[in-house]
Design a protein around this ligand. Structure first.
Ligand code: F6P
Length: 485
């Protein structure tokens, strides 16, 4: 098998570089080992009408990394536009933030079509394509249009919302029909899977049996593959990282006080405002906890060109400063707030230093920070995870202290409970979570998906009539030379 993995963002194998985002960081070690070709955006754009995409290719473990310059005329409409101002808010149930023009949609489709053309050079008879995330919902359909008959799988790293929410996305029907060109569609949780199937049955009127959807493309299998981490490797990294200068300096600066830690991209789905309000509330209700416990909040700037992100950054900075002004002392800062990224190694050491990990998104596909926080703990004296029940990770890590991120008072009380939890209970909860992490690692996720994809395609081929014509699901249109459905 020749595996080609595709995602918008890719990661290079440099251990000490800051990592932006869970997907790229999670994929790196498994892709490196698998010998796959990992194709994604170079982060640069290129003018001109050249049809042959420009790719920079470098070795990555046993395989290769191919980074493409995306078309300059469409990049903004694709990334900041349709992907992150229409799909991302909808996928996180924020219909109020959906905003995308027809041009954005066309750019999104153009970049999907561009990526499909670029992938042809990596195609061999035995190739298996695995497409990642919401940036490429239509990539499978574009590959099929180019005559690709090899297995194509898709995994969504975000949640999939209720039908009424996805209906808020312009062109939702075309996009979801296009998704059915994938042989296998993977989601993080059963709820995501069910919401998708409910749309397919009710809005598209298609038959679904045992997670198999039949469309004019043939059959697509819809299944759950919760993404994991490599917990033992992360634990080793964390144990080593305690002597890293950044981590030692943090420990020295604590003067015996307890530390809670939050590490997130600066994104409205992460519940950062509610989290800071919960700490504010905790120190107000329990003044004895002032000075004895502080919060280190790392909020890595993200998608800064989008208005909602800029607004959040200003709102958060003001809120943190208000809370620090209200509760701080000449020699004590309640919230240490950092707008920068850290390497996985340093993060592992910071997690191990903190007695409480706060992961309280309003809605999250999985949230690997929750899993990494658990894996980083000292088994003899583990910290406590406070976890939103709306993160995919809560389905597995059910011995964390689960919170409703909209209930500020409830979160304040739970964080206080976490800060004073006795060792026996901490160990019991942590051991149960660690067992879950070991049972479903990133290696399991990767091989389970690839095995299922190969099996699904074999089943689909057997069911297809030998002379099947390429599917024509909807009338083709074209505008400005753009090819889209
Ligand atoms: O959740 C989806 C996801 O791909 C994450 O894995 C990652 O944290 C984030 O989105 C990346 O966003 P961006 O590439 O826009 O920084």
């Amino acid at each position: 098998m020749n595996l080609v993995v595709v995602s918008n963002r890719v990661a290079r194998g440099k251990a000490n570089e800051p990592m932006t985002g869970g997907l790229a960081a999670a994929l790196l070690p498994v892709v490196e080992k698998s010998g796959a070709i990992w194709v994604g955006s170079s982060g640069r754009v290129r003018d001109g009408a050249q049809r042959e995409p420009f790719a920079e290719i470098e070795a990555l473990g046993a395989g290769a990394l191919a980074m493409l310059d995306l078309p300059a005329a469409h990049y903004g409409g694709y990334y900041e536009g349709f992907a992150n101002s229409a799909l991302w808010p909808a996928l996180h149930s924020r219909t109020d933030l959906i905003s995308a023009s027809q041009e954005d949609y066309l750019s999104y489709r153009e970049v999907n079509a561009f990526m499909a053309r670029a992938l042809l050079r990596f195609r061999k008879p035995e190739t298996v394509f695995w497409i990642q995330d919401y940036h490429f919902l239509a990539l499978g359909a574009e590959l099929r249009d180019l005559g690709v008959t090899q297995p194509i799988g898709f995994f969504l790293h975000t949640p999939w919302p209720a039908r009424a929410v996805i209906e808020g996305v312009p062109h939702h029907r075309e996009l979801i029909e296009a998704m059915l060109a994938y042989d296998l569609i993977g989601f993080q949780t059963q709820d995501d899977c069910e919401s998708f199937l409910s749309y397919v049955q009710s809005n598209l009127g298609l038959d679904v049996h045992d997670g198999i959807v039949t469309s004019r493309y043939g059959t697509s299998r819809i299944a759950v593959f919760p993404i994991g981490i490599d917990p033992d490797n992360f634990a080793q990294q964390a144990a080593k990282a305690v002597s890293h200068p950044d981590v030692s300096r943090l420990r020295r600066s604590l003067n015996g006080e307890k530390l809670a830690i939050g590490v997130d991209r600066l994104d409205y789905s992460k519940g950062l405002i509610n989290r800071i309000n919960a700490f504010d509330r905790m120190w107000t209700l329990r003044p004895a906890l002032e000075r004895t416990a502080s919060l280190l909040q790392i909020a890595t700037p993200s998608r800064g060109a989008i208005e909602a992100y800029g607004n959040l950054q200003s709102e958060l900075a003001k809120l943190v400063s208000d809370v620090n002004g209200r509760h701080g002392e000449v020699d004590w800062t309640p919230i240490r707030y950092l707008n920068k990224g850290f390497s996985q190694t340093v993060l592992a050491g910071l997690y191990r230093t903190a007695q409480v990990g706060v992961v309280t998104p309003l809605h999250d596909g999985m949230n690997l920070v929750a899993k990494e926080y658990v894996a980083a703990q000292n088994p003899a004296d583990p910290g406590v995870l406070v976890l939103s029940k709306f993160a995919g990770a809560a389905k597995e890590l059910d011995t964390a202290l689960l919170v409703n991120p909209h209930d500020i008072d409830g979160m304040a009380r739970t964080i206080a409970t976490a800060l004073s939890m006795p060792l026996t209970e901490r160990r019991m909860r942590w051991e149960a979570m660690m067992a879950k992490l070991r049972a479903r690692t990133i290696q399991h996720w990767f091989s389970d998906f690839v095995d299922a994809l190969q099996e699904t395609r074999i089943g689909r081929r057997a069911a297809e009539p030998p002379t099947a014509e390429p599917p024509e699901l909807w009338p083709r249109r074209s505008a400005n030379g753009a090819r889209y459905h």
